[in-house]
Design a protein around this ligand. Structure first.
Ligand code: SF4
Ligand code: SF4
Length: 396
């Protein structure tokens, strides 16, 4: 029996008995994964479209995705109930047929990355916590998450990625068989490419996950080339450039699969992780698996760029922030608004915004919006920040 057939049979047979509402047979008309790619020099062969569980609705979604061939699940302790839901599906999963990536974070709300100064035991406890919630005894991948988010100072973040306490914990966890590969992720906003290059060159990391999409990432080739040369796997995220219009299509080419095909058309990218919230997402997103971009795909991306290019705060950019005398974290506030408006993660976005040291309240009365003048992409930054504050603050 081939791997896919085995997986499908195992999951469906057990799911049907244990949970009732699952379909007795997978619908052959539904899109499935058609391509698996080796993740750098790891032993992982990941589905090209993989599951970001930032808004995982239930354990059953995990099983449905596995049935369609998705085999890589990106989770984190601070993604709400994500780890618990995967754990809830675990007894119906053949563990060695899927890959689980989690992060050195603590529950429950995002962002709760382990801060600088954390001790070896903190890193070990974080992984133990994940294993317990996931109901498994090992992680395939564990991430130092969101490098470039905790400090504007490259050296400070560099210390986080090379922290001897973290590396000692990793060594112990690997020896104990509790994690297989060390990884690092970044969506900026500061020094994204430089920090990822630092990680790749350190030889401590097996995988990087980087924000990457069709809306201009000029230094991505530099990072990809170095990762490729050193056998470091590359996973892409934030591939929908803000996900501002999921209904956009051109001559039957829907926007989301076109954006994924564009990303996966880069041979150094081993796979992408996308937040999947429903069966509808699965149906739409998996249409991109194993497919090269068509002329219609390129046109729909052009249309998106024309409509939303002046509304989408570029992931990995923080160019305007130095122009703000009040130190408003423009990129982070606008990213949280993206989670709120475009990703459907309202609660998480509001909690994350509330945890910021400085928010965009001061933009309401700012009379010298230097940020707007400084954005090279022409975004009406002050207006966007005012709207973000309105969306994200708990004040009534
Ligand atoms: S509007 Fe003013 S306070 Fe707000 S980010 Fe721009 S410069 Fe800073
Ligand atoms: S508003 Fe413009 S300059 Fe500021 S972070 Fe976003 S894309 Fe960059």
């Amino acid at each position: 029996m081939k791997r896919r057939e085995f997986l499908k049979t195992t999951v469906l047979a057990t799911a049907a008995v244990a949970t009732g509402p699952f379909p007795a047979r997978a619908n052959p008309e539904k899109p499935t994964i058609r391509q698996y790619r080796k993740l750098g020099k790891t032993e992982i062969k990941m589905s090209d479209i993989s599951f970001g569980t930032g808004k995982l609705p239930s354990p059953s979604m995990v099983l449905r995705a596995i049935d369609r061939g998705v085999n890589y699940f990106d989770t984190a302790p601070d993604y709400g109930s994500s780890e618990k839901y995967i754990g809830g599906a675990m007894k119906r999963i053949q563990r060695d047929k899927i890959y689980i990536a989690s992060k050195f974070c603590t529950p429950p709300s995002y962002p709760s990355h382990l801060p600088p100064g954390s001790r070896k035991k903190d890193y070990i406890q974080a992984v133990e916590g994940s294993l317990s919630r996931l109901k498994t005894d090992y992680l395939d991948v564990c991430f130092v998450h969101a490098i470039g988010e905790m400090s504007k100072d490259r050296d400070a973040e560099r210390k986080r990625l090379l922290d001897p306490e973290m590396l000692a914990a990793v060594e112990e966890l690997k020896k104990a068989g509790k994690m297989r590969y060390l990884a690092i992720s970044s969506h900026g906003p500061d020094n994204m490419e430089d920090l990822l290059l630092d990680a790749v060159r350190s030889d401590h990391y097996d995988v990087i996950m980087m924000a990457f999409n069709f809306m201009k990432f000029p230094r991505a080739p530099e990072v990809f080339k170095e990762a490729d040369q050193r056998g470091v796997g590359v996973v892409a995220m934030k591939t929908l450039a803000g996900a501002k219009d999921m209904s956009l299509e051109f001559k039957g080419a829907p926007f989301a699969p076109a954006a994924f095909k564009w990303v996966l058309n880069h041979p150094e990218v081993d796979g992408l992780v996308i937040t999947i919230k429903s069966v509808g997402d699965l149906d739409l997103f998996l249409r991109a698996s194993g497919e090269a971009p068509s002329a219609a795909d390129r046109r729909v991306l052009d249309q998106y760029a024309a409509r939303y290019g002046k509304l989408y705060c570029r992931t990995g950019c923080s160019s305007c922030e130095s122009a703000c005398p009040a130190g408003v974290p423009v990129a982070t506030a606008l990213r949280y608004q993206m989670y709120f408006r475009d990703y459907g993660m309202e609660k998480r976005a509001m909690q994350s915004y509330a945890a910021l040291n400085r928010d965009a309240e001061r933009c309401l009365s700012c009379e010298a919006p230097n940020c707007t003048r400084s954005c090279p992409y022409g975004l009406p930054v002050q207006a966007l920040l005012r709207a973000a504050h309105d969306d994200l603050s708990f004040a009534v």
